[in-house]
Structure formats: structure tokens, C-alpha cells
Ligand binder design. Structure first.
Ligand code: NAP
Length: 244
């Protein structure tokens, strides 16, 4: 079983499959310097596009593939669809639901990181939590930016930005304290969903702060999708061994 990982859900799935006695190989992109490793076997690094992944599937013949990558990781998800079709490998997308606003939230959805950068131009202190790969979009933000990422961004930060290197999960109390300490006026996030990084949304609600969320990219047509680790586990364990 190949699990395309890089998320907490993919790690939970790998652990559950190992516990069921299923041979699991998790694949990580290698973006994070010191990744939290899943249970089971792990490989790190790209496959070389859809063709590279198809070649890998032909060589290794996993019973199936579960794409548990991040909702914004569109390239690998598209590659997985093409490679699975080309090789006849069963593919399931584990796609956690996006966040939904609750009473007291002041949320605004935008389509892109660039739209988010324009929308925060009127704010004083902007808390950017969109991941290090998206920071470049905020280079021209006139206000003060607090940028949080796991590893330092490769691209220049907005002028005068404060960089905070940290890996979730974060507690609501810590998020509230951080936002107060830095005088945050608006929070920017991708609509990543999931519980690991949700505390910033609760903190913003408690502090009455607006949140800008970048909408999710669409999923490729026709991909079989489940929302939870439990459903993915059931899909995997219900599949019989794939004939060679
Ligand atoms: P992406 O743009 O969809 O993928 C770019 C390339 O990275 C892919 O074409 C592939 O290279 C390689 N890749 C991505 N995920 C891989 C995996 N699990 N195993 C092996 N190769 C992988 O992906 P991304 O947005 O850069 O995200 C990279 C990783 O970080 C993903 O595993 C994702 O789950 C995780 N992540 C992403 C975000 C986010 O906001 N995008 C947030 C948290 C975690 P080849 O073409 O050479 O195969």
C-alpha cells in the first residue's frame, strides 16, 4: 500500500494500517527539514512527475494508492490520478473537509494567495500562516507581517516581517497569547481544514479578529474521495491482494 503523505491524516492512516498488519510505504515530498515520520516504511522525494510515479507503480505494484496529501497539494494529486489511470492502480483520495465558520467568526474567503495579499493591505499587523511556499505573495504588504512556518521560507519576507518558526499543533491559549503579544489585526490562512492548526481560528474568534481564508483548489474529476482516516482504512482493508 502506497500512502502519499505529508499530513496528520496520512500519518494516522499509516499507523492504523501498520496496526492492521498491512504493508505500508508512506511517501513524503521532502519539503520539511525534519519531518514527523509515519509508522511503517517511508520514502522521501518526488517521483519525477506523473510518468515517474507511473513508472514507480509499475515497478513496485502496490495493492493501491491512498493520496493523503494536503488539500492544496494539487500537483501530486493530479499526478496520482494520471499515474493510477495509466497503470490500473486503485486510487483513493483522503481529503479532509474544509473549515466552516461558527457564530462570532468574521471570515472572508478569497481565491488565491495574491487576492489575500491585496485584501490585507488595509490592516496594521497581519498574521500569515499560509506556509512557507506561499509567503512570496505577501512581499508587498505594507503593514507589519508576522509570518509563521515550520522551516524558513526560501523567498524574501515582507519588509520588516517577524518570522516565527513553529510546528503545530498549537493550543488556543497559546494562539490567543501570540496574537495579543504581536497585536495581530487579521489572520491569513489556507482553508486547510483539520484539527491540527484549527486553534488559530478559535483564537481569532475569541479576540474578535477577522480571518482571510484562501479557498481550496478543486479536486480532479472522477477521483474517489473519502473525508476521514476511518473511511480510508475501511477502503484499504476491504481490498483483496492485487494480482501481479
Ligand atoms: P505539490 O505542489 O502538489 O507537489 C509538487 C511536487 O512535489 C510533486 O509534483 C511531487 O514531485 C512532489 N511531491 C508532493 N507531495 C509528495 C509526496 N507525498 N511524495 C512524493 N513527492 C511528493 O505539493 P506541495 O504543495 O509542494 O506539498 C508538498 C508536500 O507537503 C505534500 O506531501 C503535502 O501533503 C505537504 N503539505 C503541503 C501543504 C500545502 O499547503 N501545499 C501544507 C502542508 C503539507 P514529483 O513531480 O517529482 O513526483
Amino acid at each position: 500500500m502506497l500512502v502519499l503523505g505529508g499530513t496528520g491524516e496520512a500519518r494516522r492512516l499509516a499507523a492504523a494500517l501498520v496496526a492492521e498488519g498491512v504493508d505500508v510505504l508512506s511517501s513524503l515530498a521532502g519539503r520539511v527539514a525534519e519531518p514527523v515520520l509515519p509508522a511503517g516504511d517511508v520514502r522521501i522525494g518526488g517521483f519525477g512527475g506523473a510518468q515517474g510515479l507511473a513508472d514507480w507503480l509499475d515497478e513496485h505494484r502496490p495493492r493501491a494508492v491512498v493520496d493523503g496529501t494536503h488539500p492544496f497539494a494539487v500537483q501530486i494529486t493530479g499526478n496520482a490520478v494520471r499515474a493510477a489511470q495509466a497503470t490500473g492502480t486503485p486510487l483513493l483520495r483522503l481529503h479532509r473537509p474544509g473549515w466552516t465558520p461558527r457564530p462570532g467568526d468574521t471570515w472572508r474567503f478569497v481565491d488565491t494567495l495574491t487576492d489575500a495579499a491585496h485584501a490585507v493591505a488595509a490592516f496594521g499587523t497581519v498574521f500569515i500562516t499560509t506556509g512557507r511556499q506561499g509567503v512570496a505573495a505577501f512581499a508587498g504588504v505594507p503593514g507589519h507581517c508576522l509570518v509563521r512556518s515550520v522551516d524558513p521560507p526560501d523567498t524574501p519576507l515582507p519588509p520588516g516581517a517577524t518570522l516565527l518558526l513553529a510546528r503545530g499543533p498549537f493550543s488556543v491559549a497559546d494562539e490567543v497569547a501570540l496574537m495579543r503579544e504581536h497585536g495581530v489585526d487579521v489572520v491569513v490562512t489556507k482553508d486547510s481544514g483539520g484539527s491540527l492548526t484549527e486553534a488559530k481560528l478559535t483564537a481569532a474568534r475569541e479576540l474578535g479578529l477577522p480571518v482571510l481564508l484562501v479557498r481550496r483548489p478543486p479536486l480532479p474529476d472522477g477521483i474517489s474521495t473519502v473525508a476521514t482516516v476511518e473511511e480510508a482504512l475501511a477502503w484499504v482493508t476491504s481490498r483483496s491482494a492485487r494480482p501481479r
